[in-house]
Design a protein around this ligand. Structure first.
Ligand SMILES: Cc1cc2nc3c(=O)[nH]c(=O)nc-3n(C[C@H](O)[C@H](O)[C@H](O)COP(=O)(O)OP(=O)(O)OC[C@H]3O[C@@H](n4cnc5c(N)ncnc54)[C@H](O)[C@@H]3O)c2cc1C
Length: 428
């Protein structure tokens, strides 16, 4: 079987790259082993929240020049990066995902032309604030760290739902001057899930809440609980398929409504993954779900074909290949006690020799291992044994050169490297 491009992944980066290629008329196959980071995502996208020394970043496009040469953003280059950043909201909108961002400051306007980016802040399930570039429509972004959300908040949870920690959220809000009251709501269909405590997870509640009678009953009950509060906080368990229910709940409840993420799995993240996959398939792409790429043939510095675990002896050929298999989290990298490897092609990986430099014993300190990635040239072509493979491109968190977790650039690196790789392939 022959394709123009075979993508190995199925997360944000493989999907963005695949959609861009497919829309440009290329015939793509995506091989996806399973869960990806979107299933755990906050529904907010980071572009650059901090420099590697921890300095907070307010306007990401203004500090690109200070990033090291091997950083993926430096490889894309300021002009292309600015163009891609501006194009992202429209790209996602075409896939059915509406994104919003905080308004820019006047000072950012003059220096970066049309693409104006100022970081907003999203509230985490722990009640803390994290910088974010874009957010899905139902995820609230604060204009600044000091923005007051409300003077009095009502935080409502489902009885028995432990993955939404109302106490942490209340503490976070109270530190910011908002007084809080916590209430729980019982609904018959949710009580049925509760009979088996292991089923009491965000996605199962979201499934129950897709039924009109359930979200309406929930909305009425929450509305009835509001006294003099100007803010209502709810868990993000609405809208597996689209974000309409969150809009309807906002209309029903007589206060400003804010949805805050639960412990994983993430309902907005799963929705984003499903909509991107749908867009890839609608554009004509083929998606092999639950299959793993193995056993490549590489000849004369070019990948000729791969196999997959499910298709057995059938070889899949393509002109170009994209490795978007995530890092250690996605199993795009594997670690043994003394080395870190890329398991499909055996590519060169950027990691420190001494294992003591892989991680910090302080769990909350920045961790080097989250920055390990595959070595690439300036066009994101993979390097194996010091030699570039001409038709194997790397996108997303598998790309080395930055520590996305530490610098808050996860989605940015995934989306922008994917766009760049697609354009590099189209330019061949
Ligand atoms: C838990 C978690 C939460 C995060 N939350 C956020 C957030 O809220 N905001 C943000 O900006 N960033 C977040 N990030 C950063 C995240 O890395 C990026 O946002 C982005 O989603 C990464 O996408 P990716 O496609 O590069 O990799 P992944 O999402 O890891 O996808 C890799 C995919 O490749 C598949 N795969 C691996 N090997 C093979 C193989 N041999 N054959 C076939 N398929 C294979 C995996 O199964 C997986 O589906 C988070 C990261 C993690 C780990």
């Amino acid at each position: 079987m022959k394709f123009d491009t075979i993508l190995i992944g199925g997360g944000m980066s493989a999907l963005v790259c695949g959609i861009r290629l497919q829309k440009a008329g290329r015939k793509c196959l995506m091989v996806s082993a399973g869960q990806n980071a979107l299933h755990f995502s906050s529904g907010a996208f980071g572009l650059l929240g901090r420099l590697s020394d921890g300095t907070p970043v307010t306007e990401p496009l203004k500090v690109l020049f200070s990033l090291p040469e091997k950083h993926p953003y430096s490889k894309i280059g300021t002009d292309k990066l600015t163009e891609y950043v501006a194009a992202v909201p429209a790209f996602f909108k075409e896939c059915g995902i509406e994104l919003h961002q905080v308004s820019p400051s006047d000072t950012s306007r003059s220096e970066v032309g049309e693409a104006i980016v100022r970081n907003g802040y999203r509230m985490t399930p722990m009640g803390t604030l994290k910088p974010a570039w874009l957010a899905m429509k139902d995820v609230t972004l604060l204009e600044s760290k000091d923005q007051m959300l409300g003077s009095k908040a009502l935080i409502v949870n489902f009885a028995g739902f432990l993955d939404f920690n109302t106490r942490f959220i209340a503490e976070g809000l109270e530190r910011r001057g908002t007084s809080c009251r916590i209430e729980v709501v019982k609904l018959n269909d949710v009580e049925n899930i509760r009979k088996n405590p292991t089923e009491m997870r965000s996605v199962n509640i979201a499934r129950v809440m897709t039924r009109e009678e359930n979200w309406k009953e929930f909305g009425h009950k929450v509305g009835g609980l509001v006294k003099d509060e100007d803010l209502v906080i709810l868990p993000e368990v609405f809208g597996l398929v689209n974000d309409e229910i969150t809009g309807w709940l906002r209309e029903m409840i007589p206060a400003k409504v804010m949805f805050i993420g639960t412990m994983p799995p993430s309902v907005p993240g799963i929705r984003a993954q499903m909509l991107l996959k749908k867009a890839f398939e609608a554009a004509g792409g083929t998606f092999l779900m639950g299959d793993t790429a193995v056993d490549p043939v590489i000849e004369d510095g070019m990948v000729k074909s791969i196999k997959t675990q499910n298709l057995g002896e059938i070889r899949l050929e393509a002109d170009n290949f994209v490795l978007a298999s995530g890092n250690l989290f996605g199993k795009g990298l594997e670690a043994t006690p003394d080395k870190v490897t890329e398991p499909v092609f055996g590519l060169d990986v950027d990691f420190p020799e001494g294992r003591k430099d892989w991680c910090d014993e302080d769990f909350f300190a920045p961790q080097n291992f989250s920055g390990f990635g595959v070595v690439t040239d300036n066009k994101f072509r993979a390097v194996k044994g010091g030699e570039t493979i001409g038709n194997l491109f790397v996108a997303g968190s598998e790309v080395g050169g930055c520590n996305s977790l530490q610098e808050g650039s996860g989605a940015g690196v995934a989306i922008l490297t994917a766009m760049s790789v697609a354009d590099n392939i189209l330019a061949l």
